[in-house]
Each structure stands twice: as C-alpha cells, then as structure tokens.
Design a protein around this ligand. Structure first.
Ligand code: HEC
Length: 500
C-alpha cells in the first residue's frame, strides 16, 4: 500500500506574504486566508479506490468500518489501506442520495457485538428506509434483524445513527414530503430513540413513541459530546443549512422555519409553536455532512469542538464550542477544495481524525472523480502548520452565485440530472430570456412538470430572497451557458417579474 503524503500547506500565510513578495500568487491567497489556531497538522491518504463511502466509524478492532452507498460493509486497515468485505447487501435501492447510508457500532461490542445499518429498499414499487441490526462474528456480519422501517422517497433519506447511554438514536429524513416533519405521529423528519432490539424505551418523552425530537428535513451528521449533548448537521434547500443542538421534545421547525426564525412568517410560526433555533446556519449553503465531536488532547486546540465535513463546500469545518456546549464560538475551515466532496468523519482513540471523500456520488464536479477516489484521509498532529481560513460568505465568496445556489441541482456545467433536475444548458425557457424565466427563478415550483418530453417531480425552491443584482448575475450566467452571444437580462425585467 502506498501512502500519499500531502503537505497541505503554505506555512504561515500572513508571514509568507511579507517575506516572499515575489510570490504574488501566495500573496493573493493570503489576502483571503488567515492563520487560524496554528495547530501542527498534516494529512495522509490511508485508503483509496472506494465507491461512495457514506459512513466511516472506528471499530473495536482498530479498523475503520465503512459503508459504501451501493451496499457494501467493510473494514479498512488504517495502517495498510487493506479492505476486508464483511457483508454485501443485495436488496439496497441505490439511486442518487438513497442506498446504504448510516451505520453505528454498539459502543460495547464485546458484550453486544451489534452493527446497526440504515438503507433504502423497494417493495411493491414503494420505497422504505430500513433500520437493521447485524451481529458481528469473526470477519462477517450475520443474523439480520429488522428493527424498524419508515417511508422513503426519491430524496431526503437522512440518515445518521448514534449511541448514547445504551440507546440508539436514528435521524430520519422527511422523505421529500412537506408535511411529515411537523407530524409527530410520522417517524420521518425526526430523531428517534430506540432500545437495541428496536423496542421503544420506557423513558421516552411520549410513552409508546420513538420520537425524541422533530422538525427536521434531512440530517446528514450526528454526534454526541462527551457530556451527552446531541448535535446534528442538516441540509436546507435553497438556504439555511444548519447545525443544531438537539434536546428532547423540541421542534426544529422544518419546513415552516428555515435557519433562524427571521422572516415575519417564521417569527409568527415560531412564537405559536415554540421552535428551537439552530446553533448556526449557512446561506449560501455548504451541504454539511458527517460531524464528530472532538475531545482529545492530541490536537489540543481542537478539544471541545464539532468537526463538520461538507460536500458542496468541499472542506472540513472546526466549530469550536463554548465550555457549556450551548453555542458555537468560532468557525474555521480546513482542507478547502483539497480532496473534493467530503461526507464521512470519525475520530480514533488516539485523537486522529479520518475523513472520507464522496467524489463518485451523483453530483458531477468538473475534473472529478480522480482515479484514486474515493479516499479516506487521516489528519494528524505533525510538525507542520496546516493553513486554515476564515469561512467566506456572501459577496466575498470565491464561487459564482450560480455555484452557490443552483449547481447543487442543475450541476456546475448546467446539464442537470436526467429525470430529476432539468438541464439549463439548451433549455428553451432560458433561451427566451423573458419574464417566465425570471419568474421561475423567483418562484420556483412545486408540482410535476414536463420539459422536452421528460417528467420532473422534484421541487425547485424559490429564490425570491436574492437581491435583484444577484438574480441578474445568475440569469446572465445561465444565458452565457447557452451561447457566448446572448440576450442580456437587466434589473428592470426582474423588478417587473417581482410585481407581476
Ligand atoms: C433543489 C434543487 C434546485 C435548485 C437548488 C435549483 N433548481 Fe432550478 N429546477 C429544479 C427542478 C426540480 C426543476 C424542474 C421543475 C420546474 O421546472 O419547476 C427546475 C427548473 C428550473 C428551470 C426551468 C428549466 C426549463 O427548461 O423549463 C430554470 C430556468 C431553473 N430551474 C433555474 C434555476 C436557477 C437559476 C437556480 C439557482 C438560482 C436553480 N434553478 C436552483 C430544481 C432546482
């Protein structure tokens, strides 16, 4: 097994910019990066050739346990990169964001050698998300026992699994249904709390109900802190990705409240229903994914923080928590665009951090995947200083508005995804450069439509919250995708579309 050592860093960006004034390039990077905690860290690729790893977890055998979205459960030796397949599931429905997703190992595998898996499957043309428990025996998984099944759809399948004090927590997606998350009696869009045999704990908030907390859209990361606080990361749609501190019985607002309750409508709903605010939200969205609580003195300045990887933003965030864990006091970004989309994260008992890429998933990024994708990367203490940057938001962000708001669905090159997100490149509606185009961007749509003989039933969110000059930029950007010479959208037509 070859190790790829990557030195991530231009040490001391700010200093470098003074010393090496010939290096104009470094200078320009330095202008938007700042030295952060200055921790001494390096990275090393420890495994490659994986196919959409979804969950990575540190096992009692000191191996990294991995789920791959198409249905494989394996262990990877972090020393050699050697992969051993424990089980291939044959009934996984793999499609875009559905498939084999979450996994949790029982924290005491000696006494309870259980592995919990969550995957989507189809039965009689209906889709379900299944929670199943396997028993770990030597080098395989046996005795599957289905613990629970909830509805699934063509998106928003969640999911994460975590343990605390002998109970299993399962974050379910809202199955693309706008009513589920606010309906206490439907297990979608919730965090469920279960015994390890799937039964409902006697001390759950509502007797006979698995629901621990509600009002979630599509949780993609979940972790407990050392003192038992539960944190989640979650995808918004057009705006407001979130990190939440989840407390029992609370309602986190989806779909009525997105991010903080800041619009009049959201404030009204929040006042009548008592909605918990997130600890943090991101607009433009970053597509947050796996999240782990770091409590080790190995990378000592990271102690008591949430480590959050992201798909769209393609980086690792260090979210430093306050001493009581009730707020996020700082945010720093690492590995920006170095390995591509990041989905999985786990921490070894030695305090090393492992992250996994997701460059082979349904999202198309130009230049990706690399032949060695997907990879697992170890982040460890060394004598190098890893660069970190302050997160960039709003107008300073280095990506185009199109990348920030549209590419997650229509793809960076505008080709869309057949049958799910229509292409904007070549779209007749875009070419008109008229009022209906601007209205589509402002209003989005809910219902199924047919474009060029292809049916689309996914939702297009409303972008009315963007400013006129932002809509103008985006509209001209997608017009430029059609042809170099294109009609130009100005703010007059946008104002007209808003009033009409
Ligand atoms: C969450 C996914 C999603 C995002 C983000 C999104 N769209 Fe869409 N978009 C859709 C879907 C689904 C459709 C098809 C349904 C429809 O036309 O209403 C669509 C349709 C469209 C159409 C109509 C295409 C045609 O040929 O009729 C345009 C134009 C468009 N989107 C532009 C945009 C722009 C510009 C952005 C960014 C500001 C954006 N979309 C962001 C999902 C998305």
């Amino acid at each position: 097994m070859k190790f790829f050592y990557l030195s991530i860093l231009l040490p001391f960006f700010l200093l470098a910019s003074y010393i090496l004034d010939a290096e104009a390039e470094i200078d320009s990077i330095a202008s938007h990066k700042q030295a952060g905690t200055g921790e001494n860290i390096d990275t090393q690729v420890v495994a490659s050739g994986l196919d959409i790893p979804w969950e990575i977890a540190w096992g009692p055998d000191n191996k990294i346990w991995v789920t791959e979205q198409k249905g494989l459960i394996s262990t990877v030796d972090p020393q050699t990169g050697a992969k051993h397949v424990l089980l291939q599931l044959n009934d996984v429905w793999f499609y875009r964001t559905a498939g084999l997703l979450a996994m949790a190992l029982h924290p005491d595998m000696k006494a309870n050698p259980y592995v919990f898996l969550n995957y989507t499957f189809e039965k009689d043309a209906k889709r379900f998300s299944r929670l199943v428990r396997y028993t770990w025996k030597k080098d395989t998984l046996i005795n599957p026992r289905v613990l629970m099944e909830v509805a699934a759809n063509n998106g928003h399948s969640g999911a994460r699994l975590s343990f605390s004090k002998g109970k299993l927590y399962w974050a379910t997606g809202d199955a693309n249904n706008n009513t589920y998350a606010q309906d206490f009696n439907i297990p979608n869009g919730k965090i469920l709390r279960l015994n390890i045999d799937g039964s409902i704990p006697a001390d759950n908030p509502v007797k006979g109900s698995p629901v621990w907390a509600m009002g979630f859209r599509n949780i993609q990361g979940m972790t407990f802190s050392k003192n038992g606080k539960l944190y989640t990361s979650e995808h918004g749609d057009a705006t407001d990705d979130e990190v939440n501190l989840v407390e029992k019985t609370k309602n986190y607002g989806w779909p009525a409240v997105r991010g903080f309750a800041d619009s009049p409508k959201e404030k009204e709903f929040s006042a009548s229903t008592s909605i918990a605010d997130p600890l943090k939200s991101w607009t433009p969205t970053i597509a947050p994914a796996g999240m782990s609580y770091y409590s080790s003195n190995t990378i000592s300045k990271w102690n008591n923080s949430l480590l959050l990887v992201s798909l769209k933003a393609k980086n690792l965030r260090l979210l430093k928590l306050s001493a009581d864990g009730n707020s996020i006091i700082s945010e720093e970004v690492f590995l920006d665009n170095q390995f591509g989309r990041l989905r999985g994260i786990c921490i070894s008992p030695a305090g090393d951090v492992y992250v996994s890429t997701s460059n082979r998933d349904w999202t198309r990024t130009p230049g990706s995947p690399l032949p060695e994708d997907d990879r697992i990367i170890r982040i460890f203490k060394s004598d190098k200083v890893m660069s970190s940057l302050q997160p960039q938001q709003g107008p300073q962000a280095k990506t185009t508005l199109y990348q920030q708001y549209c590419a997650s669905c229509h793809q960076e090159n505008g080709t869309g995804l057949k049958g799910v997100f229509p292409p904007l490149k070549g779209s007749a509606l875009v070419k008109t450069a008229g009022l209906p185009l601007i209205k589509k961007i402002l209003n989005g749509s809910a219902g199924p439509v047919e474009i060029n003989g292809v049916k689309y039933d996914a939702q297009m969110p409303s972008f009315a919250f963007l400013k006129d000059d932002e809509i103008e930029q985006i509209a001209n950007y997608i017009l430029a995708m059609q042809a170099e010479r294109h009609p130009v959208i100005d703010q007059q037509i946008i104002a007209k579309a808003r009033n009409n």
